[in-house]
Design a protein around this ligand. Structure first.
Ligand SMILES: *[C@@H]1O[C@H](CO)[C@@H](O)[C@H](O)[C@H]1NC(C)=O
Ligand SMILES: *[C@@H]1O[C@H](CO)[C@@H](O)[C@H](O)[C@H]1NC(C)=O
Length: 510
């Protein structure tokens, strides 16, 4: 798409940020605000946040003060809180221990199914990690170096052996695959053996090269510690050498996690010989009606911090999304919002990710609001006709960019179609969570069925089961040229972050 424009904008914002960062580099502690969506600019943001979701959002972050210390303290044991999905798809749980000596032992349990109930094989990874410096690319992150000592594999079924044997050089485990047996530990890598046996697994511990530890201090003294490790590239061929700039879903500290967490307990008690088998997660029908919001400040590869708010109107197959972008990892300094609207059509169940549904999104309309001066200035000098009315951009003033077919500088192209993956799950308190497909790491858009995601972004939480009428449409009595009566459908996405460029893509997407 219009990636170069995005890059340009990003670069501008990034330089600005670098400049700012130079002045705050002495500060080691960032306090994240409790209500990151309260913007000092009262235009779009405040209008968009209608009561149910706004209060929900406040409640979610309720009094939970979040701190992130740099350099982060890694010592301890960190576990998955759910069955994780990586691009591929791969289904896994993780249990990582970091020792004061800087040595670590990472257990990765891989499964044959999307519910993490049928263990296939486990990897035991040992090595040493060294913290290097605060990341200049991903604000709030710390860059590290790691050195692997050993990687071993243990199979949990003959089926898993057969599946993997087809991908691995025949002599990897010291003998031909016919000799492999479940339950025995095979070394795949050590200082004497090369990488030949790990490559075919798509194995990489590059996730360790970018990390962040966040501590949530809840009002009643409860503390939750989360370890964010670098993201895994969505393109399989890139993953072994990709340097992460975003994060995966966090692991939680085994001593300080959200309660209750049945998954945490099982993962914590497991070993390579006894992989965790997760409790069944009841299938939840995909019912999109209502409003769905980010549970916190989200990050995306290449310096994007954002929050998303979506509204779906199933009867009309219409959606709206509001992406609020920020320049900081606490989502405190808004840069711009993108509001998008369109339709969707629901396909069938995904053949690749069991339990997920395939959806095609169409974006037909978008509005952009710059919320800080650098962004307003950058949009203001965009090529005439490429992003709203050039020369008319000002902080806090919303512009409809539909007539210019989107906004090239932000990578928004209209109309636009995206091939998506959706799933609804229940969280530990049995509240519905909406999982939307992960964006391609290279910043492109899943505009072809082959690019449909196989993993998810951070889950959105349902903040209202009712779909309100679109305030945008009610404000504008002129009917929009939408193809169906669903023009009233509304949904908003809140995205934030510089990189919301990315969200732009999303916009573009949804
Ligand atoms: C912000 O809101 C106040 C009160 O609602 C209003 O008077 C003011 O004009 C608004 N400012 C902007 C920039 O919209
Ligand atoms: C946008 O451009 C116009 C015309 O060049 C200028 O008057 C205005 O101050 C600019 N606004 C911003 C925010 O740069």
């Amino acid at each position: 798409m219009t990636g170069s424009g995005v890059t340009h904008l990003l670069k501008g914002l990034w330089l600005l940020w670098l400049w700012e960062a130079a002045f705050v580099s002495g500060s080691k502690l960032w306090d994240v605000p409790t209500a990151p969506f309260t913007s000092p600019v009262n235009s779009t943001v405040n209008q968009v946040w209608e009561p149910p979701c706004q209060s929900q959002l406040r409640h979610l972050q309720d009094g939970a003060r979040i701190t992130a210390v740099i350099p982060p303290r890694l010592e301890g044991s960190w576990v998955s809180t759910r069955c994780e999905v990586r691009p591929g798809p791969e289904f896994l749980t993780r249990s990582y221990i970091f020792y004061p000596s800087r040595l670590f032992k990472a257990l990765q349990f891989y499964y044959a199914d999307s519910g993490c109930q049928e263990p296939a094989y486990s990897l035991v990874i040992r090595g040493k990690i060294r913290l290097r410096q605060a990341s200049w690319i991903t604000r709030g992150g710390t860059e590290t170096e790691h050195h692997l000592h050993k990687v071993a594999i243990i199979f949990h079924s003959h089926t898993a052996i057969h599946r993997l044997a087809a991908r691995m050089p025949s002599l990897c485990l010291g003998q031909a695959p016919v000799g492999w047996v479940p339950g025995r530990l095979y070394e795949l890598y050590n200082s004497k053996v090369g990488w030949g046996c790990l490559g075919p697994l798509g194995f990489s511990m590059m996730e360790l090269s970018l990390l962040r530890v966040e501590t949530q201090h809840h009002p009643h003294g409860q503390m939750v510690k989360e370890l964010f490790l670098g993201d895994v590239h969505t393109d399989w061929s890139q993953r072994t050498h990709y340097h992460p700039t975003g994060y995966q879903r966090p692991l939680q500290n085994s001593m300080h996690h959200v309660h209750p967490c049945p998954v945490c307990a099982r993962v914590y008690r497991s070993s390579e010989q006894r992989p965790p088998v997760l409790p069944p997660n009841p299938a939840v029908p995909l019912s999109l009606d209502g409003r769905w919001v980010s549970q916190g400040c989200e990050s995306r590869p290449a310096v994007l911090f954002l929050t998303r708010l979506f509204t779906f109107h199933e009867r009309h197959r219409a959606w709206e999304g509001l992406y609020q972008h920020y320049s900081d990892p606490g989502c405190r300094q808004p840069t711009f919002t993108v509001w998008a609207q369109g339709h969707y059509s629901q396909g069938g169940p995904s053949p690749r990710v069991r339990g997920a549904t395939e959806i095609v999104f169409k974006v037909t309309r978008a509005e952009v609001t710059a919320l800080d001066r650098p962004t307003a200035r950058l949009l203001n000098v965009s090529r005439r006709g490429s992003c709203g009315r050039a020369g008319d951009w000002a902080v806090g003033a919303e512009q409809d960019v539909t007539s210019t077919d989107g906004c090239a500088a932000l990578g928004i192209k209209l109309p636009h179609k995206e091939y998506e993956l959706f799933k609804v799950e229940l969280d530990h308190r049995r509240r519905p969570l909406l999982l939307i497909g992960e964006r391609p790491t290279d910043g492109s858009s899943p505009d072809r069925p082959q690019k449909r995601p196989t993993s998810y972004q951070a889950p959105l939480i349902q903040c209202s089961a009712n779909t309100p009428p679109s305030h945008r449409h009610s404000q504008q009595s002129a009917p929009s040229p939408a193809p169906t009566s669903g023009a009233t459908g509304l949904w908003r996405h809140l995205g934030s972050s510089l990189a919301s460029l990315f969200s732009c893509y999303i916009l573009a997407v949804h």
